[in-house]
Ligand binder design. Structure first.
Ligand SMILES: NC(=O)c1ccc[n+]([C@@H]2O[C@H](COP(=O)([O-])OP(=O)(O)OC[C@H]3O[C@@H](n4cnc5c(N)ncnc54)[C@H](OP(=O)(O)O)[C@@H]3O)[C@@H](O)[C@H]2O)c1
Length: 284
C-alpha cells in the first residue's frame, strides 16, 4: 500500500547574526519546526545558544573562512552588516559563490534599511531562491525603556504620537524559518509587521499593564532628545536617522501587512503579548 507523506523533511540551515535580536528568533523558529541549525558567530564562547545548535566560528567580513560552515546546509540566513556600527558588508558575491558551491538552495536576508551591497548581491543571484525580509520597528526596541521604567516608573521620549506597526521578533524569525525551508518564497520581499498600529503612549500603557504598575510618559522636545542621545554616546549619524524616522515615520512603518499570517499560517503576535513575555525586564 502506498503511503502519502505530508510531513515536511527536516533540513539544515546556517544562520548568521544568530546571536542577535532577530537571529536568535530565526534559530528558535527553525528548531521549533524540527530543522537542524548551524549558527555562525565571531565568538562561540559568548554565543549562549540552545544546546542542540551547532555553533561555529566565522566572520562575514572573511567569507573564505565560511566554506566549511556552509557544507551540508540547504538554507542560509544573512545579515547585511559586519560590525556593531552596522558597516555594510561588501562580501556578498563571495559568500553567495561559496553558498552555491555548497548546494545552498534558499537564502533569506534581513534588510538593513536602504540599499546595501550584500542585499544587492543576493537580489542579483539567479542560482538560489532568495527572500528579502523587511521588518518594521522591532518590539524589542522597547527594552531601551527598561532602566527608566524600573528606576523611575517613567518613559522620556520625543514624538510620542508617532505611529508604529511594530513587529514581534519571533514573527520575523517565523517568516524566515518558513522561507528558508519551504517552496514558494523565492524572489519575494516581505514587509513584516505586527497586527496593529500603536503610539508611544499605547506601548507604555501595555508595558504598565503587563508589569502591574503605572508608568508616566514625559514628552521630550527635539532638543532635549538630541542632548539625551548625545549623552548616551549615539553618533551624529544615528541621531540624524532617529530624528528623521521618528519625525517622519514612512507609511510602510505605520501600515499593517498580512505577511506573518500569509507565510506562517499564524496571526502576528501583539505588543501586549510581547510586554507580558518581557514584564520582568521592566520591574525594579
Ligand atoms: N531595531 C529595529 O527596529 C530594526 C527594524 C528593522 C530593521 N532593522 C535592521 O536589523 C538589523 C539589526 O539586527 P539585530 O538587531 O538582530 O542585530 P543585533 O542584535 O545588533 O546583532 C548583531 C549580530 O550581527 C552579528 N555580526 C556582526 N558583525 C559580524 C561579522 N563581521 N561576522 C559575523 N557576524 C557578525 C553578531 O554576531 P556575533 O557578535 O555573535 O559574531 C550578532 O549576531 C540592522 O540591519 C537593522 O537595520 C532593525
Amino acid at each position: 500500500m502506498t503511503q502519502t507523506h505530508t510531513q515536511k523533511q527536516p533540513q539544515k540551515v546556517l544562520v548568521t547574526g544568530a546571536t542577535g535580536t532577530v537571529g536568535r528568533q530565526v534559530v528558535a523558529e527553525l528548531l521549533a519546526r524540527g530543522h537542524a541549525v548551524r549558527a555562525l558567530t565571531r565568538e562561540p564562547s559568548r554565543a549562549s545558544l540552545p544546546a542542540d545548535v551547532e555553533v561555529v566560528r566565522g566572520d562575514l567580513t572573511e567569507p573564505d573562512g565560511m566554506a566549511q560552515a556552509l557544507e551540508g546546509v540547504t538554507g542560509l540566513h544573512l545579515i547585511t552588516f559586519g560590525d556593531a556600527f552596522f558597516t555594510p558588508l561588501e562580501t556578498g558575491p563571495r559568500i553567495l559563490e561559496l553558498a552555491r558551491a555548497a548546494g545552498v538552495r534558499r537564502v533569506t536576508v534581513l534588510h538593513g534599511g536602504g540599499e546595501t551591497p550584500l542585499e544587492d548581491a543576493v537580489r542579483a543571484d539567479g542560482g538560489v531562491d532568495w527572500t528579502v525580509l523587511m521588518p518594521v520597528e522591532f518590539m524589542a526596541n522597547a527594552l531601551e525603556w527598561a532602566d527608566g521604567i524600573a528606576a523611575a516608573d517613567e518613559v522620556r521620549e520625543p514624538f510620542v504620537s508617532r505611529l508604529s506597526a511594530m513587529v514581534h521578533e519571533g514573527d520575523i524569525g517565523a517568516v524566515a524559518a518558513v522561507a528558508l525551508t519551504e517552496e514558494g518564497h523565492g524572489g519575494r520581499e516581505y514587509v513584516i509587521t505586527g497586527p496593529e498600529v500603536l503610539t508611544v503612549g499605547d506601548k507604555v500603557a501595555a508595558i504598565a499593564a503587563a508589569r502591574g504598575r503605572d508608568i508616566a510618559l514625559v514628552e521630550l522636545s527635539e532638543e532635549e532628545a538630541v542632548a539625551r542621545w548625545r549623552a548616551a554616546g549615539r553618533s551624529e549619524e544615528v541621531i540624524g536617522f532617529l530624528l528623521h524616522v521618528y519625525g517622519n515615520t514612512p507609511e510602510a512603518g505605520r501600515t499593517v501587512t498580512g505577511t506573518v499570517e500569509e507565510v506562517t499560517g499564524r496571526p502576528a503576535r501583539s505588543f501586549a503579548r510581547w510586554a507580558a513575555e518581557h514584564a520582568d525586564a521592566f520591574k525594579a
